[in-house]
Design a protein around this ligand. Structure first.
Ligand code: GLN
Length: 214
């Protein structure tokens, strides 16, 4: 069993919860979901999800509640994060917008709304490194990743722009993988690529639990 924290400032919480739960089932790992709205929750989480929404609002809340430094410590400890759309903007090194105080947990810079306004939302079949078949990627006022630093790897491109990237245990997408029943991006972020770390935490937790009884 792992504890997954979903930053719950705006919507998309239940969709992400369903995505990671389904991905966990295929690895026989049950997932307990906790919603993050204040500090003190992140330190108990094994993995984190940073959903989309409005990056200025998300950044403001993370900052005000002191959740931002907790997320940075989570990443420094090598624990996984999946950041999607506005989550990617918040996770980036720089979003070139003073209203977004980014977490700098993934080595990319982004341009907010560069894929267009709400009306320009679209779905595209995307080839993603590590997935056998194209992923149905839903883009909604998506950011463009305009620079990828040396710590980050591009997992997918659309129209020549990187739209999925990985930096250590952090995976970020410009699109919304939680809005389709396909949970392969959640699987990639939390289980397929990170099996060793998940196993390590599970056994660490088990040892901790057992030591309570001895
Ligand atoms: N463009 C939005 C922002 O700047 C992100 C949109 C989304 O998350 N779908 O925060």
């Amino acid at each position: 069993m792992i504890q997954a924290g979903v930053v719950a400032v705006q919507g998309d919480v239940s969709e992400h919860a369903a995505g990671i739960r389904r991905a966990g089932e295929s690895h026989n790992v049950s997932v307990e979901i906790v919603e993050i709205r204040q500090s003190g929750v992140v330190p108990d989480c094994d993995v984190l999800l940073l959903p989309g929404g409005e990056s200025t609002a998300i950044s403001r809340l993370l900052n005000r509640e002191g959740i931002d430094t907790e997320i940075q410590s989570h990443v420094e400890a090598g624990k996984p994060v999946l950041a999607t759309c506005a989550g990617l903007i918040v996770a980036a090194r720089d979003a070139k917008d003073d209203r977004v105080d980014t977490l700098n947990i993934i080595d990319v810079t982004v341009d907010r709304n560069a894929f267009g306004r709400q009306v320009d939302s679209f779905e595209a079949p995307l080839s993603v490194d590590g997935l056998d078949d194209p992923f149905p990627a839903v883009f909604i006022r998506a950011p463009v990743i305009d620079a990828v630093g040396e710590d980050a790897t591009v997992l997918a491109r659309w129209d020549d722009h990187p739209v999925a990237v990985q930096d250590g245990a952090v995976v970020a997408t410009a699109f919304h993988p939680e809005l389709t029943p396909d949970n392969r991006i959640h699987d990639l972020a939390f289980f397929a690529n990170q099996n060793d770390s998940i196993d390590t935490w599970t056994s660490t937790h088990l040892i901790l639990h057992l030591s309570v009884f001895t």
